[in-house]
Ligand binder design. Structure first.
Ligand SMILES: Cc1cc2nc3c(=O)[nH]c(=O)nc-3n(C[C@H](O)[C@H](O)[C@H](O)COP(=O)(O)OP(=O)(O)OC[C@H]3O[C@@H](n4cnc5c(N)ncnc54)[C@H](O)[C@@H]3O)c2cc1C
Length: 419
């Protein structure tokens, strides 16, 4: 393969696809290469049972109506669950300890602890104290285990490894659901972008004029390159840069390591949740097992069970069956042992060992909440970077990746002199 174009786009996830579309709008030619066999990246849906879709990666259009994928879904005729209800508000969060719901008094104390902890993180960020979340919350509190476990799913990292300022800069609550999968929506939206699949970038050479990208299928030449791969892939050294990246860029990559959130989608042969069962749960045991569960949220017989941070990585290493058993046990904590006989099958993710991302999303280390700016910053007007890790506000989201792709394509157009 050998081609000359204005811009070589590496990666066909939400950021790469959005960038390719915007580059076309700006009148720039581009070649999009994707290492894996499909587009979408971390947006990926699978059918757990006929007609019942499960998102292994993104599932929620964060922010609801303001999310850029809402008009995209509408234009494609893809149905969204637009009943943005109050399920994710703290007052509706349901807590189970050792298989029992908290009583009113315990619940009030638990909710208060969540609020006080969140306020402490925001206060630290406002004071520009970029420290670990663990440094500002009460880890000895009776209700620390569910909150700390929940934060590990939100960030993919345990609280001793998450920056207060990065955490506080993230905006948007879980919004609309895509009934047949967010991954399917992204794949449908990206279907009109020509992408060279199974084409891994191995080496980016910017020693001469322009840029060349070496792949197993040949070399591509362009005026600029836009790299949208995760910080996990960048940190792994699988893509070599010649000359090497400047220190400030390498530091940004290594201080935005990938967190891990794994999901288990458990499908049941009937509605085991009951009329009031739809909801957002946290279940934990005093011996340490903890998970977050979204039950029946798409209106189907699926429970999505979440586990993150060190626990998520550990569980992944135990294998698929262990993940399945863990998820069914946590569902049984809430809905009773009878549900076990209604389990049809599950899908268990393994994001930590997924070679094309090496984790779920990037999470700033304490003291490094500022690094997303450096990760995004272009080098020598030729090497550009986009993707979820490069934005503030929408970090770790699909819409954030989309926005980063569009904005960086516009920056490239200005740099290359199109506008
Ligand atoms: C478990 C989980 C739950 C999530 N839940 C939500 C949610 O509910 N809502 C939400 O908005 N977001 C959610 N996200 C985050 C969201 O999925 C991501 O932020 C977003 O999809 C990232 O898009 P991206 O384009 O930045 O990166 P990616 O999707 O990772 O795209 C990068 C692409 O680069 C390719 N690539 C890698 N290496 C190479 C190489 N050497 N050469 C060529 N190509 C390469 C990869 O295969 C990939 O396709 C979730 C993610 C996970 C993992």
């Amino acid at each position: 393969m050998s081609s000359d174009c204005d811009v070589i786009v590496i990666g066909a996830g939400a950021a790469g696809i959005a960038a390719a579309k915007e580059l076309s709008r700006q009148g720039l030619t581009h070649t999009v290469i994707e290492g894996s066999h499909r587009i979408g990246g971390r947006a990926y849906s699978e059918e757990v049972a006929p007609g019942a879709w499960f998102d292994l990666g993104c599932a929620w259009l964060v922010g609801g109506a303001v999310n850029p994928f809402v008009p995209i879904a509408d234009a494609l005729g893809i149905e969204l669950g637009k009943d943005k209800d109050t399920m994710f508000e703290l007052e509706n969060h349901r807590f189970y300890r050792n298989g029992e719901p908290l009583n009113e008094e315990q619940r009030a104390a638990c909710v208060r602890y969540y609020e006080v902890s969140d306020e402490a993180v925001f206060a630290a960020a406002e004071d520009k104290r970029d420290v670990a979340i663990a440094d500002v919350i009460d880890l000895g509190h009776e209700f620390a285990p569910p909150h700390v476990g929940g934060l590990a799913t939100s960030w993919g990292m345990d609280v001793d490894l998450v920056s207060t300022t990065d955490s506080a800069s993230s905006v948007g609550e879980l919004g609309y659901a895509v009934l047949n999968g967010y991954g399917n929506l992204v794949a449908a939206w990206g279907a009109d972008v020509p992408v060279s699949l199974n084409t891994r970038a191995e080496r980016i050479d910017w020693s001469g004029p322009g840029v060349t990208v070496e792949t197993p299928k040949g070399t591509i030449r362009g005026r600029a390159v836009l790299c949208t791969v995760s910080t996990g892939v960048l940190a792994s050294g699988e893509i070599t840069f010649a000359p090497g990246l400047p220190d400030w860029k390498t530091e940004a990559i290594h201080n935005l390591p990938m967190g891990t959130e794994n999901k288990m989608g458990v499908h049941f042969d009937k509605d085991v949740f009951g009329p009031d069962g739809r909801g957002h749960y946290t279940t934990w045991h005093d011996d340490g097992d903890m998970a977050k569960i979204h039950a029946c949220v798409m209106g189907n017989n699926i429970a999505s069970v979440f586990v993150g941070g060190r626990h998520g990585v550990w569980l992944e290493k135990q294998g698929q069956q262990a993940g399945h058993d863990f998820a069914v046990d946590r569902c049984a904590d809430i809905f009773g042992n009878d549900i076990r006989k209604h389990v049809t099958r599950s899908i268990v993710t393994a994001w930590e060992s997924e070679p094309w991302t090496r984790g779920s999303w990037a999470c700033a280390r304490p003291g490094h909440g500022h690094q997303r700016t450096n990760l995004k910053r272009a080098i020598d007007d030729r090497l550009f970077f986009a993707g979820e890790a490069t934005v503030y506000g929408g970090q770790g989201t699909c819409d954030g990746a989309y926005v980063s792709g569009v904005e960086t394509a516009q920056e490239i157009a200005v740099t290359l002199g199109v506008k």
